[in-house]
Design a protein around this ligand. Structure first.
Ligand code: ZN
Ligand code: ZN
Length: 402
């Protein structure tokens, strides 16, 4: 029965997609009547069934340079909310994906998966949000919602492979053919995939929680360490600095590993036990051999992970959340074998846990370190992220996309 319903839904959206494609192909002569028809059509809530005109910044090629782009999002469907974006923050993943480091991309493509704003319209089936609510969107915007993983809040591990990531993924419902991300002034999203942003955290400080926050919170919670356990964080950037703050707040004795000496003073303020400035040859890691109960690594480039893994105690766990070019790892089997460290990798977190981390940070005073920028500063900010100059998350003011 459910299969049928699902099939119907996808057949219907495919039909709409084909209709739209046909209209687009018919050229200018049909554009005017289509527009007229669309503007007069609305659902019971009075929401116009027209595409949503959106302004954003897009990559047009693999250069890593973004420029202003006007595009359309799908109309607000029965299960959708329309969010007037207030802030969107910059994740290293945005840069990797736009530059094609993880595979070929379709352009123009709008990156951004740390998105916050105000709900300005809701579809007729939506009960989770009402107009005026504060909402956030992270790394995914849809999934099958019916498989065991989806039903248990692991929508990012949808067993049917239908997890729809926030930008660059094929979407028949999207007028551009792919999902388009948060570096823009509006987003339409299925209500389930938006989370509430409580009043006691600012929009700009909530934005980085939608990817950096959940990506570090989920494995830290799964690690289930005890108060006083020694937790290592490798790579102190957007993700790593939140991992440090989260682990400290959970009572861990935190060891922060960075290659950037001028971050030490900042990191010390966040309550760590020790900051280790790792030298070029990683030789000083020897002094930390088998010290840690748990280690999380956020380094987004390929590097020699063996000396870091050796810092974990026998039978301890090492979780790698950074995503290097080509997703490739540099491992050493004897580093794992000599202490039977459990090595795993982790991708974001599900929607219930994303809601949880937002509340956890809001309630416990955990705030990302941010720098607010305008849209025309994005290209410089991307360079600064790559040069390890970000301190520690750039947050774009969406009012400057217009
Ligand atoms: Zn991200
Ligand atoms: Zn699923």
């Amino acid at each position: 029965m459910k299969e049928d319903k699902h099939h119907q839904k996808s057949t219907q959206s495919r039909k709409q997609f084909l209709q739209r494609s046909a209209l687009a192909g018919a050229g200018l002569s049909l554009a005017a009547p289509f527009q007229l028809f669309a503007e007069t059509s609305s659902d019971l809530n009075g929401i116009a069934k027209t595409n949503i005109k959106t302004k954003g910044y897009a990559a047009k090629d693999t250069s890593g340079v973004l420029s202003p782009w006007e595009f359309e999002r799908r109309p607000v469907g029965d299960d959708d909310v329309l969010i007037d974006v207030k802030f969107a923050s910059i994740c290293h993943s945005d840069i990797h994906q736009m530059k094609g480091h993880w595979g070929p991309q379709q352009y123009p493509q709008v990156p951004g998966h740390e998105i916050v704003g105000i709900v300005t319209a809701v579809g007729k089936n939506v009960t989770k949000f009402k107009v005026g609510d504060r909402a956030g969107v992270g790394c995914m915007v849809d999934s099958c919602m019916e498989c065991d993983s989806c039903k248990h809040g692991d929508e990012h591990y949808c067993e049917r492979g239908e997890t729809l990531f926030t930008y660059g993924y094929p979407s028949e419902e999207s007028p551009t053919g792919i999902t388009q991300g948060g570096y823009s002034d509006k987003i339409v999203v299925r209500d389930h995939f938006a989370v509430h942003i409580p009043e006691h955290i600012s929009f700009e400080e909530a934005a980085p929680l939608l990817c950096a926050g959940i990506t570090t919170y989920s494995p830290l919670i799964t690690a289930d360490f005890n108060i006083g356990d020694k937790v290592g964080v490798a790579g102190i950037g957007g993700l790593g600095h939140l991992a440090v703050k989260l682990a400290v707040s959970k009572g861990a004795e935190v060891y922060a590993f960075t290659t950037t000496a001028d971050k030490v003073k900042d990191i010390e303020k966040w309550g760590v036990k020790e900051v280790i400035v790792v030298d070029d040859k990683q030789s000083n890691l020897v002094g930390y051999r088998q010290l840690l109960d748990y280690m999380i690594c956020t380094i987004p480039y390929e590097f020699n992970s063996a000396p870091y893994i050796s810092c974990v105690k026998p039978y301890g766990t090492f979780t790698y959340v950074g995503m290097p070019e080509g997703f490739s790892l540099n491992m050493n089997n004897i580093a794992l074998a000599s202490s039977r460290v459990n090595f795993n990798a982790s991708l974001i977190g599900g929607i219930p846990e994303t809601q949880e981390v937002v509340h956890y940070c809001a309630d416990n005073g955990i705030r990302p370190e941010i720098q607010i920028i305008n849209a025309d500063q994005i290209n410089q900010a991307w360079k600064d992220v790559e040069d390890k100059k970000a301190r520690y998350r750039y947050v774009i003011d969406a009012a400057t996309f217009g």
